[in-house]
Each structure stands twice: as C-alpha cells, then as structure tokens.
Ligand binder design. Structure first.
Ligand code: UD1
Ligand code: UDP
Length: 355
C-alpha cells in the first residue's frame, strides 16, 4: 500500500504530523508532497522540525497567488508526480487550495482520494474553504470525519459510502504535544505573560483581513478591551495592517502586542495560558475548547458548531464594541468542556482503515 500525501499550509502540517507517524507504524509507505502554498519559515519549516514530520519528498514551490493560480499550478505540478509515483491512494487534509488541487488531480487520474477532516460545513459558500471542502468530499473514496455532525452533513448531501467518524487528528496533536509544550516552551517568560493574564488573538481569514472596515473593527476591539493582547500575526494580516495604516494604531496602544507567527509548541502554550482567545481560525476554535479557554470568533459562521452550542465559543461581528464586550464578558461555562473531538487515536484509526 502506497499513499501520496499532499499538504501545503500550516494547519495541514499539524494534522500530517500525527497521520504520517501512524501510517509508518501501520507499515504503509508514504510519499509526502508539499505544494509550497506556505513557504515562510514560521508557517512551514518550524512545524516540520518541531513535530518531527519527515522531510517532504518534493516541494512543488507553488507559492502565493490567486485561487486559480494556486490551485492550477499545484495541479499542473502534482500530476506528473502522481503518474510517476503511482500511489494506491492520495491523502488530502482540510479545506485549502492545496486540498482542492490534490483531490482534483488524483480523481482525474482515477486514484482514490482519502480526505482527512471530511464533512465540515459552514454553509457559507462565500468562504473559499467551503467550496474546497464540498469538492474534495464529493471526489473522495475515504471520508475521515472528525465529528458525528460532519458525517451527518455528508449524509445530507447523499454521501454515505466510505464515511468514517474517526475523531479529530488535531486533538491527537494537542494531546501528544501538550506535555512537551508545557515542558519546553519559554514563550510566557519571553513575553512576560502571566497565566490567565492575557488575551490571545489570531486573525487571518480573507474576509477579515482584506476589508478595511472589518480589520479596523477587530483592531479597535482588541485595543478597547484594555487587557494585554498577544497577537501572533499571519503574514496576510501583517501586510493588510500596514496597507490600511492600522499597524500605527497597534504600535500606539501599549496593550496589543503584534508578534511573528509562533511554532506549534509556543502556540499551544499560549492557548493554555490565555484568559480568552479571539480568533477567526478553524483549528484555534477547537483548541480553545480542548484547553478549556473561552473563545470569541470573528466570523458569521463556524464549522465547529459544537463549540458554540456548549457555550465555549461566541461568534461576533468584527465591530469594536461587540468584540470589546464579548472579551470582557467571556468566562468558562460552569460545566467543564466535554471530550468532544476525539480520544487521541484518530490518526491510528485512519491508518488502520487505509491499510
Ligand atoms: C490559507 C488557506 C486557509 C487556511 C490558512 C491557514 C486557502 C484558500 N486558504 O490561507 O483556509 O486557514 O491558509 O493558515 O487555501 N503569505 C506569506 N508567506 C507565506 C504564505 C502566505 O507572506 O508563507 C502571504 C502572501 O501575501 C499570500 C497571503 O499570505 O498572498 C495569503 O496566503 P494564501 O496561501 O493564499 O492563503 P492564507 O491566507 O494563508
Ligand atoms: N498555529 C501556530 N502558530 C500560530 C498560529 C496558529 O502554531 O502563530 C497553529 C494552531 O495552534 C493550529 C493551527 O496552527 O493548530 C491552525 O492554523 P490556522 O489558524 O493557520 O488555520 P485554520 O485552522 O484556520 O485553517
């Protein structure tokens, strides 16, 4: 059994770290291909090093561009590799342009596609990720769902064959690396942060970064909350803050601290220690629940509906006063967060099913 895995963006490196290991244990040969969608050291190399991911066999060097450019170039460069490697399965993750390119290329070569994180839906086709998910799922032979809700979403679209609710591989990662993060990460000391004494913020979705009014609302909300805010900034938001002149507002505030994106161990250490997390990330919303930290999500919808239903996550408009009051009022619900997205063995289940 030979699997060709296609990854290219930060959240996919966290997921592949767990699954690659499980494939090796199950005796499955894997050829790891990096599309090059993310190429900054802080978005890519640091994850391979920290999480012990095998070096990719090939980096396709696709880089940044429009959706069509990224997807098309990745497909063009991936096709000859699939033909040469003749894998039994192509494995894709999540909902990025890399996912779409991997699924389309494989399906057109009649190679069965396996999709990790299948069935998630925000029901908002304004999100490019929703389009990527729908297409990847409709082309997949193996659909590895993280939740029952995801499996139900697929059933509602008529997809029932090959669907497996295996739990969430990101929870495997949080469990496996949580101890190492506590032991090894020095980020709290380095930034002078106290446990539960700060707000952690990450923002990178195009609909928040690329419209001035939305990004200005988020920045003003973070400044107005009056607490210490640590904001590891994805290059996309860093560029847009500068383009809209909002970096000045941040520099002038003594409370909001913009830092470079951090590695995974530092990130989960920050998540564990934060009083509240403000985000528009998919992965960070469920990591917040896992670490028992209330979350404020600057999005109109979420795929991780359980986080909201349980009262650990609140969706807000990117408006200064709304964000300020949501952060001020955020506190953990009386009941501890349930074990929701898996038991730490999701990657093993995926490997078993593939084997
Ligand atoms: C992508 C995914 C998104 C995912 C996110 C994870 C798509 C459509 N979007 O968004 O679903 O949540 O990754 O982080 O696939 N850039 C750099 N250095 C890099 C990479 C990007 O500076 O290494 C900058 C470039 O200006 C680029 C912009 O960030 O144009 C956006 O990058 P892109 O890969 O298009 O999408 P993300 O916003 O990273
Ligand atoms: N992450 C990280 N460093 C950061 C920001 C995020 O290690 O500076 C991790 C985060 O803990 C999670 C994953 O990256 O595991 C989420 O990726 P991202 O928010 O980029 O993408 P999304 O999940 O929204 O697709």
């Amino acid at each position: 059994m030979k699997v060709l895995t296609v990854v290219g963006a930060r959240p996919q490196f966290v997921k592949v770290a767990m699954v690659s290991r499980a494939l090796a244990v199950a005796g499955i040969e894997e050829a790891l291909v990096h599309t090059g969608q993310h190429y900054d050291e802080t978005l890519s190399r640091v994850f391979f090093e920290e999480l012990g991911i095998p070096a990719p066999r090939v980096n396709l060097g696709v880089g940044s561009g429009t959706h069509a450019f990224q997807t098309g170039e990745a497909m063009r460069r991936l096709e000859p590799l699939c033909v040469e490697q003749r894998p039994d399965r192509v494995l894709v993750y999540g909902d990025t342009n890399t996912t779409l390119a991997g699924a389309l290329t494989a399906a057109k070569l009649h190679i069965p596609v396996a999709h990790v994180e299948a069935g998630l839906r925000s029901f908002d086709r304004g999100m490019s990720e929703e389009i990527n998910r729908i297409v990847a799922d409709s082309l997949s032979a193996f659909l590895f769902c993280p939740t029952e809700t995801a499996a139900r979403n697929l059933a509602a679209e008529g997809i029932v064959r090959g669907v497996h609710n295996v739990g969430d591989v990101m929870i495997d990662a949080a469990l496996r690396f949580g101890v190492a993060a506590r032991a090894k990460s020095r980020i709290l000391d380095r930034l002078g942060l106290a446990e539960k004494g700060f707000v952690l913020a990450t923002i990178h979705r195009d609909f928040n970064t690329d419209e001035r009014v939305r990004l200005a609302g988020i920045v003003a909300g973070l400044v107005a909350c009056g607490e210490q805010v640590v904001f590891p900034a994805h290059p996309r938001v860093r560029k847009q803050l500068a383009a809209f002149g909002l970096d000045v507002e941040i520099r002038e505030s003594s409370k909001v601290r913009l830092i470079d994106p951090v590695g995974y161990l530092d990130m989960i250490r920050l998540e564990m220690a934060a009083r509240v997390i403000v985000t528009d990330s998919g992965g960070v919303q469920k990591e917040a629940l896992f670490h028992g930290v209330p979350c404020v999500t600057a999005r109109p919808s979420t795929e991780w509906v359980e986080t909201v239903e349980l009262g650990w996550n609140r969706l807000v408009e990117p408006d200064a006063e709304t964000i300020r009051t949501a952060v001020a009022g955020a506190k953990p619900p009386a009941r501890a967060p349930p074990v929701l997205y898996g038991d730490g063995h999701s990657a093993e289940r995926i490997a078993e099913i593939l084997a």
